[in-house]
Design a protein around this ligand. Structure first.
Ligand SMILES: Nc1ncnc2c1ncn2[C@@H]1O[C@H](COP(=O)(O)OP(=O)(O)OP(=O)(O)O)[C@@H](O)[C@H]1O
Length: 310
């Protein structure tokens, strides 16, 4: 069953098209990553789903409903924006209590205690939010977003500004929500590493259009033809080999990795072309293996080349 669906969604600001016939869908229970460069229109898309903006064309529905006009459907979703809207003077508990009252939650004390325990903040329950770190506020923001047990959760940049420990905690929290409550999670993010770890599927938005929409496994496998790892004799990369690889026209990017060099190819030449050129230049190659691309390589390819996939 589809939990989230955009169909031919278009939106312009001041005559400038931000979204141009954007279509994608998210199945119930999926953790979906919505990727794109700064200003691509990711937050605009969330605002259209939430009914905070009106589309110029097309539809944006959640559980089949238009949240702009369906209050009941709106109660079944949760949202985390970068700015959480907490009162800094009030405690974590008081803030959550305020939102629990707003939602008319049964047994608010029990629910708040449970959530504070889940985010590891029971011991700070009565401290003012103004004394919390960015990571603590973010976790509290997620607690607020799931207070009323929503079916669908929208997270706008859940990890921005967080240190690696806090990022991990947020990631684990999202995974546990998806596993235990079958929550559908829609994540806007620039953290491709994080997206690769937790999302089942992604869409890549660039220049107003969806450039790719697929499972991460399929997208990265599709990059296999274009990524090759090359190791040199003795397991050491000769001093000038990296520069030589990078200057080869079939190579878009080359980085040292695992004692060799991982090369992403442009698509206008093959791994065999690159290896032949290196051998001709006198380098002694011990091993060469095709590799699945990582999400960052795939992302950069679609964002920069405008290639389509679905
Ligand atoms: N209310 C608005 N009025 C005018 N322009 C807007 C409005 N909201 C967004 N925009 C413009 O639409 C474009 C997309 O903005 P949006 O915030 O959706 O991008 P984003 O993909 O979320 O970017 P980022 O990754 O930087 O957060 C930007 O050029 C932005 O300036």
């Amino acid at each position: 069953m589809q939990a989230i669906r955009a169909e031919n969604l278009s939106k312009s600001f001041d005559g400038r098209a931000v979204l141009d016939n954007v279509s994608f869908s998210v199945e119930k229970g999926e953790i979906f990553g919505y990727l794109g460069p700064n200003g691509a229109g990711k937050t605009t898309t969330i605002n259209l789903f939430l009914g905070l903006l009106t589309p110029d064309g097309g539809t944006a529905t959640v559980n089949g409903a238009d949240l702009g006009s369906d209050d009941e459907a709106r109660r079944r979703i949760g949202v985390l924006f970068e700015n959480n809207g907490f009162s800094e003077r009030q405690s974590a508990y008081e803030n959550l209590r305020y939102f629990a009252n707003l939602y008319g939650i049964e047994d608010p004390e029990g629910r708040i205690d449970k959530l504070l325990g889940m985010i590891g903040m029971s011991d700070r329950a009565y401290d003012p939010v103004g004394t919390f770190s960015t990571g603590m506020k973010r976790k509290l923001g997620i607690a607020r977003a799931i207070l009323h047990k929503p079916e669908v959760l929208f997270l706008d940049e859940p990890s921005s500004g967080l240190d690696p420990d806090a990022q991990r905690m947020v990631r684990d929290l999202i995974l546990s929500l998806s596993e235990s409550d079958q929550m559908t999670v829609f994540i806007n993010s620039h953290h491709l590493d994080e997206v690769q770890r937790i999302c089942t599927r992604v869409a890549i938005l660039a220049r107003g259009r969806i450039r790719a929409e697929d499972s991460i496994a399929r997208l990265t496998a599709s990059g296999k033809e274009r990524t090759v790892w090359i190791a040199f004799e003795g397991g050491v990369v000769p001093g000038d080999a990296l520069a030589s690889i990078r200057s080869n026209p079939v190579v878009r990017r080359a980085d040292p990795e695992d004692g060799g060099v991982t090369c992403t190819l442009t698509g206008e030449g093959s791994a065999a072309d690159l290896i032949s050129a290196l051998v001709a230049a006198g380098y002694r190659i011990e091993e060469a293996k095709k590799r699945s691309a990582n999400l960052e390589e795939i992302y950069l390819r679609y964002v920069h080349s405008g290639e389509e996939a679905s």
